[in-house]
Ligand binder design. Structure first.
Ligand code: SF4
Length: 498
């Protein structure tokens, strides 16, 4: 392979066709833009530079530190300090690499390197994903909207609320149906929302029958204009269990209000094991097991993800045969942000009063044990389609190799979780990917980097494009002058590790 193959200009010649008046037709996606000299195509990813089609973003190379405790080359963000790049520490990402559309072409870079005595190959490309979306985890107890409710951006449905997880509300955003199955506007708005979320920008969403939520990867969610601070320590039952011993002797009953599982200490197994005297305070809702109640209120933005602001409203009755005047009752939310201390009067009515320091200390401990509330955005896409033809002439062999774990999949160097089963369905945390890793094309679809790393012998046995393999040294020499060089994210595993 000659260096011609590697110069950016020459590489771009693989794409596009010259037309009259200096116009170039871009064929890097199905839109097939006709681009005039000096102009960019619809996605701004390709432009016409003096009659040649060029990728407008630089290739992103990543270089890792020398060794554990070693110093990183002094990169200032994307500014390379000019130090020579060490091939043994350099990873060529798919960012800026270009695509293989219509996919019978070999991937833009098929890079060979030796690592730990093993000849490896990394196949580097930018995938165009029509089948893609993001899974959003929002650390909050607050009820954002009913399960399956549409999630909208600018009035268009871009996804839906999916099943809540432990301490988090979950949204499924994007997917092929919203990208392709609705109106043109729905597809465009969905694509824009996905691109913004993947790029670390804040996106405001509105949930039918629910609330407005501002989502930004790695940042606290903002619900109806109010930033969330704490992720709950656990459900109501778990909170009772965790802190039961610390409450012993300081209170006679604790009710931890939770939209899902409200905990009542003296009824709960933890209270029983600690020989706590039954308090006779019954709460609303459906008793699941001793001390664990479902549906004590409706979901909402109040205490523990319920709609209540007055916790005493969930007390159904106080059993006069069991409770006693002077009984010390604590009610708290699962984050400790809301808490009320009461003493039963002679009529067994709970009377709010100052919380003793020893009780306050445990409530504070609940808060201390809450992790910061964050939004997590995982990009999820299907790479089991025609993209594989840029890797090998026999795509199913790549699928099987990925499934066996022999071929590692990364996205911009970030580790990708590969779903078991058929196809190559991958998920990656967008915060572990370099900046500006994502793009779009107006089909609409999301463009994302993807790299496949495997031993060279295996690559050849899979029917890989062996004639297009280029040594890492040659790739660096060819692209480094125009490349963006980022420091390797130290929490990402080095793809060449056996
Ligand atoms: S949208 Fe972008 S990739 Fe697609 S044809 Fe136009 S310039 Fe090329």
């Amino acid at each position: 392979m000659s260096d011609d193959r590697l110069s950016l200009a020459a590489r771009s010649k693989k794409f596009g066709a010259a037309e009259g008046e200096g116009i170039v037709r871009c064929d890097a996606c199905p839109v097939l833009c006709r681009i005039r000299p000096g102009r960019a195509g619809a996605c701004a990813r390709y432009a016409n530079a003096n009659g040649q089609l060029v990728r407008t973003d630089p290739v992103v190379l990543m270089q890792r530190t020398l060794d554990q405790g070693g110093k990183a080359v002094a990169f200032a963000g994307s500014d390379w300090d000019g130090a020579p790049l060490d091939p043994a520490r350099t990873f060529v990402t798919g960012i800026g690499a270009g695509t293989t559309y219509p996919d019978y072409k070999p991937a833009p870079f098929i890079v060979s390197a030796e690592h730990a005595g093993v000849d490896t190959v990394t196949v580097v490309t930018e995938g165009i994903f029509s089948y893609c979306g993001v899974k959003v985890k929002i650390d909050t107890d607050r009820h954002l909207g009913p399960e399956t409710a549409p999630v909208r951006v600018k009035g268009e449905q871009v996804g839906h609320v999916t099943t809540a997880e432990y301490g988090s509300q979950m949204l499924s955003i994007g997917g092929v149906r919203h990208l392709t199955g609705g109106s043109k506007k729905e597809g465009t708005v969905t694509c824009d929302a996905l691109l913004d979320l993947c790029s670390g920008k804040a996106v405001e969403m509105f949930i039918d029958g629910g609330h407005a939520v501002m989502v930004q990867a790695g940042a606290a969610p903002i619900v109806d204009g109010r930033p969330e601070v704490r992720m709950r320590v656990g459900c109501g039952s778990a909170t009772v269990g965790i802190f039961a011993r610390q409450w012993l002797g300081h209170v006679d009953e604790v009710i931890v209000v939770d939209d899902h599982i409200t905990g009542v200490l003296t009824e709960h197994q933890s209270g029983r094991v600690l020989d706590m005297r039954p308090a006779g305070i019954r709460v609303l809702g459906r008793r699941s097991t001793p001390g664990r109640y479902f549906q004590v209120a409706n979901p909402g933005l109040g205490w523990g993800g319920t709609d209540i602001t007055d916790p005493l409203s969930i007390i159904k009755k106080v059993d006069a045969d069991v409770a006693w005047p002077g009984l010390r009752l604590l009610m708290t939310s699962t984050t400790g942000e809301d808490a009320l201390y009461c003493i039963l009067d002679e009529s067994l009515r709970p009377v709010p009063t100052d919380m003793p320091p020893a009780v306050r200390a445990v409530v504070d401990r609940i808060g201390e044990n809450c992790e910061p509330s964050l939004c997590t955005v995982l990009f999820m896409a299907g790479a089991g389609g025609s993209l594989r033809a840029g890797v090998t002439e026999n795509p199913v062999l790549l699928t099987r190799s990925v499934a066996r774990g022999e071929t590692k999949v990364t996205m911009g160097g970030a580790p990708a979780y590969v779903w078991p089963g058929g196809g190559i369905t991958v998920m990656a945390d967008v915060t572990r990917m370099p900046k500006n890793a994502f793009g779009y094309v107006p089909t609409p679809a999301i463009v994302a980097p993807i790299e496949f790393t495997l031993p060279r012998a295996l690559y050849e046995s899979l029917g890989g494009h062996a004639a297009d393999i280029v040594a890492i040294e040659d790739v660096i020499r060819a692209v480094a002058p125009d490349a963006r060089v980022d420091a390797w994210q130290s929490d990402n595993p080095w793809p060449f590790k056996p």
